[in-house]
Design a protein around this ligand. Sequence first.
Ligand SMILES: [Cu+2]
Length: 473
Amino acid sequence: MRRRHFLAITAGASVGAVASRGPAWATGAPVTLTASPTTAPLVGGEYPETDVWAYNLSVPGPVIRAKQGDELQVSFENGLSEPSTIHWHGLRVPVEQDGVPYFSQGPVAPGESHLYTLPLEDAGTFWYHPHVNSSEQVGRGLSGVLIVEEPPAVAARLGADREIVWAIDDWRLGEAAQIEPFGNRHDASHGGRFGNFVTVNGRQELNEPVRAGERIRLRLVNLANAQFFSLRFQPLDPWLVALDGHPIEPVKLGDGGVWLGPGQRADLVVDIDLEPGAYVEVLDTAYGEERARAIMGWKVSEAEPLRHGAQPAPAALPANPLPLPDWTTAEKHHLVFEGGAMGGMTQAMMDGRMLDMRALVEAGRFWAINGSVPDDIKATPPLLDLKLGKSHIVTLENRTRWVHPIHLHGHSFWVSDPRLPDGSPKVVRDTVLMAPEEITEIAFVADNPGRWMMHCHVLEHQGSGMMGTVEVG
Ligand SMILES: [Cu+2]
């Protein structure tokens, strides 16, 4: 109800160009990200600005652009009144740069700073966010997009005239457009914290200008705590060219949409194959056709078409330099994910003690991996010990009634993607969706030593038990 209300007052109310707000840095320059409370005109119209927590006073934070092969330095200044860190989602960096408290670094106290030095081996679309009190810190607005660019001659294979970034987020707002409190147990035991107001690049903007005949590289990032998106562009038929930053053989979306679970990214190549003056609503249909809603609109300008006729298919971008796992000799592992509402979990081990479900619920824990619930994560043994340099296949078994986007730090992995057209080969991801009762296999070479987080990216699930570590060494 509330969402429709917000939509009703804002749809069409603001017309004009939308770009990622905040500065984008010249590559090579050191970057400072300062987290602090501020306000943002999320809803617009007659609504007051929303109190948010933001990087550099902008929600989402600034788009950081850097070049593949470079080293990116980011100085993080904590202007919040609680500890924080920054995690670089999808970047394969040394563990001490990964932004996870205790395994990478100490939490950065209020008023303190921390320097991250990030080698950029992989090109692609990545993002950054805190790894402390994640549900609230991310949910109040602390996140941003990080783009690692291919060399220009390589990016030119896509034939794009320009690039657009959509950082998609949702917000749970009350009547005065203020963020509702965190820590809801129903969210934690069910699908996570859903917002009632969706923004793209920090606002609801349904009139993004495009030009007939142009080709756009569209980078999509799902920054939401829990919400999934499935975007449809009909009558346009974009090419999907990368998932979680990693190139795939370009494939047309056809009748379907592109799925984005929390934390996931997709790169599309979109030919604006429309007449001047046309308008396209980009629909989210993740929760069924009857709940479809526009999250963005493209207004085709009256300018002459940039070109006429069908364009050739984009060529695939080169793979990132990941070692290829050996499926025949890989060591096999199994992780069982349990719990949640209607999940039937009866007990789990927390902090060396077996607790029944009632005691777990009292402790605010609703989920377990292999029967283990972290209380103090640094005192909880790793879920897996993976031999450094070896290939590993990890079977992920979802014994819950909920979908979970499972994210592994420090590594990207090969996985079959049932949402791609039949016969598509395995793709490389860092966050994989597990449907209820689905069994998924991921394969990778454990080439990055350290103790790495593996967790659900529904942040309320992560905070209530669906989190663990794997040790590579
Ligand atoms: Cu989950």
